[in-house]
Design a protein around this ligand. Structure first.
Ligand code: SUG
Length: 440
């Protein structure tokens, strides 16, 4: 797979983007609960981030928003009648459930699936496993529709293996690529896959939830047919989870041979680095960039989302580029750290800031918004082309969003049945543009 590159598939932010306060342990979600959201601005911001990568010459895809409100969830909870009656009754009797049914959380595509490129799998196929997201109610309903999207996009069984979500039990809790890092010498060569878990199956932890189990990570490594010598399992530090790192990608990001992480990211940093070095033997030499607590306190790392950045091999640049949220520039310790880092001679040569504030206010930075898929030219040619972006397609999607999304959304708006039909019409128009109308 010598001609492989990394393709970013971003989640297209849906028309019901709102601040529901649904995610315990995610400090931004709790802090901004109940605030007015701006779905139109959110979706336009997401597409502008994608445009930046397209303009730089990177390959960019998109995943459509899932159907919202999720009537199946409301019907499972005993609500019946017409769509309008279901919404009205749920708003009266179960407003929190209604918020879950409206959640636009599929925008955080890093949680859609775990991905292993064909270079790492003994069967030579690219593997994707939909995440069950079983820890949070509003996210646990994503996987059937996510799997349907992935099947429509990666539609060639000889090249792509799509695995349905793991069993919906706490022992198998899985949050996808947010707890997975792939390291390598070049994208198309065999690499090392690092799976980060927060607890063992059967283990109960006090405090904020650990959303990934070791059993889930091991199960995925097995079904992706990965070499055990090239697979590393590491435990996320409890102190990081308690500080608000509900996924490993809030305190760690890796690309090629570089691992950029906070001192408190792993329970045992030395052992984790040693295991990666051993797994990488004869493939590449690991370049760790550890950010010490003394320079960036973990609290700043989490509010600024320094690590929830895209670490990219940028066309025409010889060192990696960190695409970080504006909040990283606005936080003194992280801004100073970034200035110092790029002026040194380490593997990260530039930091570029992007505005994804609407998503950030629910705990989702640039890295949460994308699913990375390393693909060869042949694999890229085999995917559904309607979701591959160029600037014209971005313009067309933005036109639809300007026409069909609300500028402002409050919790009270979710009780209005006309909003439910607006969401459905907006999604239909987007799916038509992506040539995915079969998903309606
Ligand atoms: O699962 N927020 C998401 C944020 C996911 C970020 N993803 C990664 N780190 N990869 C979550 O906690 C908040 C929704 C609300 O409260 O309305 C939410 O689901």
């Amino acid at each position: 797979m010598s001609n492989a590159r990394e393709v970013n598939f971003d989640g297209l932010i849906g028309p019901s983007h709102n601040y529901g306060g649904m995610s315990q342990g995610n400090l931004a979600s709790a802090t901004n609960a109940g605030d007015v959201s701006n779905p139109r601005e959110a979706a336009l911001q997401g597409l502008e981030k994608m445009r930046l990568l397209v303009k730089a010459g990177l390959t960019q895809g998109i995943l459509p928003p899932l159907p919202r409100p999720n009537f199946d969830l409301l019907v499972s909870a005993g609500f019946g009648g017409s769509d309008a009656e279901i919404i009205e009754k749920a708003a009266r009797e179960a407003p929190r459930l209604l918020k879950a049914a409206y959640s636009a959380s599929s925008m955080w595509a890093a949680n859609a699936a775990t991905v292993s490129p064909s270079a790492d799998s003994v069967d030579g196929r690219l593997h994707l496993t939909s995440a069950n997201l079983s820890t949070m109610l509003h996210r646990s309903t994503e996987h059937p529709d996510t799997t349907a999207s992935l099947v429509s996009i990666f539609e060639n069984e000889e090249r792509f293996a799509i695995h349905g979500a793991l069993p919906m039990h706490a022992d198998f809790a899985d949050e996808g690529a947010a707890n997975h890092v792939r390291l390598c010498a070049e994208h198309g060569r065999e690499g090392v896959e690092l799976f980060v878990y927060g607890r063992e199956a059967g283990e109960s932890t006090a405090g904020f939830p650990a959303r990934q189990t070791k059993l889930a990570s091991e199960s995925i490594a097995r079904s992706h047919r990965l070499s055990s010598q090239r697979t590393v399992l590491a435990r996320q530090a409890r102190v990081a989870i308690e500080a608000g790192a509900f996924h490993n990608d809030v305190v760690c990001v890796g690309a090629l041979d570089t691992l950029f992480f906070h001192e408190f990211a792993f329970e045992d940093t030395e052992a984790t680095l040693e295991a990666i070095r051993k797994a990488a033997e004869s493939l590449f030499e690991l370049k760790p960039v550890m950010v010490p607590e003394a320079e960036v306190p973990i609290g700043d790392a989490i509010t600024s989302y320094l690590f929830n950045s895209q670490l990219l091999q940028w066309p025409g640049e010889d060192r990696l580029v960190l695409l970080a949220p504006m909040e990283t520039q606005e936080t003194e310790s992280t801004r100073i750290f970034c200035e110092k880092m790029v002026s040194g001679n380490g593997p990260i040569g530039r930091v570029q800031y992007v505005d994804v504030r609407q998503s950030m206010r629910n705990g989702g930075g640039p890295a949460c918004l994308r699913l990375r898929v390393v693909m060869s030219d042949e694999e890229i040619a085999a995917v559904h082309q309607g979701v591959m972006l160029n600037e014209t397609k971005i313009d067309a999607l933005q036109d639809i969003i300007r026409r069909t999304y609300r500028d402002r959304l409050t919790a009270a708006d979710l009780a209005d049945p006309t909003f439910a039909s607006e969401c459905q019409l907006a999604r239909e128009a987007l799916l038509e543009e992506l040539e995915l109308s079969g998903l309606v």
